[in-house]
Ligand binder design. Structure first.
Ligand code: PLP
Length: 360
């Protein structure tokens, strides 16, 4: 199987897995203790959690704290609901974790448009009285990188908090500056599934969503998993040390991919984009048929969450594409462990399947 779905999830880095194993210990071994227990074994587990917290914090701006959660969806829910903001403004191309939560909390949520390249205008009108603005750093479907620093400044001028969903950018590009709240997820940066974090700027107060034992400074009750934290931390540390190597590798793959998929139309800006995301369309393409004819390649139609729903992507619709054109898109995502040869083989198979449909 050739894995080209890095926006859905990334492979677990071997170093992250190795960091997790000591904390998945059984009877008679050290390493299974509750990190909130005061005995020696518990303190050792707590120390591992704090090492991981520092490793994750190194991906994020100074001047804030990292609260571990079950993933980015929970981090986003904590940020949006916990802020207590009554009026919300979110970009039209947010992940469902932001869009649906914002709609749940504010039935009149303001949706900030994007242009045909999939970018929010840094001077977009933010309605007065808005308590929180959310714009993601890198879009999960089309990879466009948003002008979050400028937008965070604007939100601040308006007296609103700024939430940045940095799930697709964390560990790959510099952290967004100026945000008050940043959500990230381990499984998008070569860590384990089931853990994420909310970065909270110092001085920003939130109400908890989950009540109980008062862990995570009272913001997120529940016993932490030292294994998940250690895996997340090791993956984050690896992203820090491999940042430039990973970026160079992705740039090389991007250049190759653009020639391999010559003749396809790129959805979203080619420039303001994370180059590990290639979202392409072909007029008249039957994506369902293409996916079933290329079963040995893991890639997707739109996002992992939306694919299978049959609904046209809200992201491609926001770019101005018709329902019909939105349904002719595929997303190819690559990263650290993708080989040149894998990309070549996948492109040959996908192009052959598209040719068989007579659309190229
Ligand atoms: N935000 C973005 C941009 C995503 O791509 C995802 C995952 O698909 C999420 C949020 C949700 O993250 P998690 O799977 O950690 O809940």
């Amino acid at each position: 199987m050739i894995y080209l779905d890095y926006q859905a999830t990334t492979p677990l880095a071997p170093e992250a897995r190795a960091a997790m194993l000591p904390w998945l210990a059984g009877p008679g071994e050290p390493g299974f203790a509750n990190p909130h227990s005061p005995h020696r074994a518990g303190r050792a587990a707590a120390a591992a959690v704090e090492v991981a917290r520092a490793q994750v914090a190194a991906l994020l701006p100074p001047g804030g704290r990292v609260v571990f959660t079950s993933g980015a969806t929970e981090a986003i829910n904590l940020a949006l609901a916990g802020s207590g903001a009554k009026r919300l403004a979110v970009s039209a191309i947010e992940h469902a974790a932001v869009l649906d939560t914002a709609r749940f909390l504010d039935s009149e949520v303001e949706v900030l448009p994007v242009d045909g390249a999939g970018l929010v205008d840094p001077d977009v009108a933010i309605p007065g009285g808005c308590g929180l603005v959310a714009v993601l750093q890198v879009n999960n479907e089309i990879g466009t990188v948003q002008p979050v620093e400028a937008l965070a400044r604007r939100a601040k001028e308006m007296g609103a908090l700024f939430l940045c969903d940095a799930v697709q950018g964390a560990g790959k590009i510099a952290a967004p500056e100026g945000a008050d709240l940043i959500a990230i997820s381990a499984h998008k940066l070569y860590g384990p599934k089931g853990i994420g974090a909310l970065w909270v700027r110092d001085g920003v107060t939130l109400a908890p969503l989950i009540h109980g034992g008062g862990q995570e400074g009272g913001l997120r009750s529940g016993t932490l998993s030292p294994a998940h934290c250690a895996g997340f931390g090791a993956a984050a540390a690896l992203c820090t040390s491999l940042l430039e190597t990973d970026q160079r590798h992705v740039e090389k793959l991007w250049t190759k991919a653009r020639t391999l998929f010559d003749g396809w139309t790129l959805n979203g800006s080619a420039i303001d984009r994370w180059h590990g995301n290639l979202n392409l369309r072909l007029p008249g393409l039957d994506v369902g048929r293409l996916l079933s004819e290329c079963r040995n390649i893991a890639f997707s139609a739109g996002s992992a969450c939306a694919s299978g729903s049959g609904r046209p992507s809200h992201v491609l619709r926001a770019l101005g594409l018709s329902d019909r054109d939105s349904k002719t898109a595929i997303r190819i995502g690559f990263g650290r462990y993708t080989g040149d040869d894998e990309l070549e083989q996948a492109a040959a198979a996908i192009n052959a399947a598209a040719r068989a449909q007579g659309v190229i």
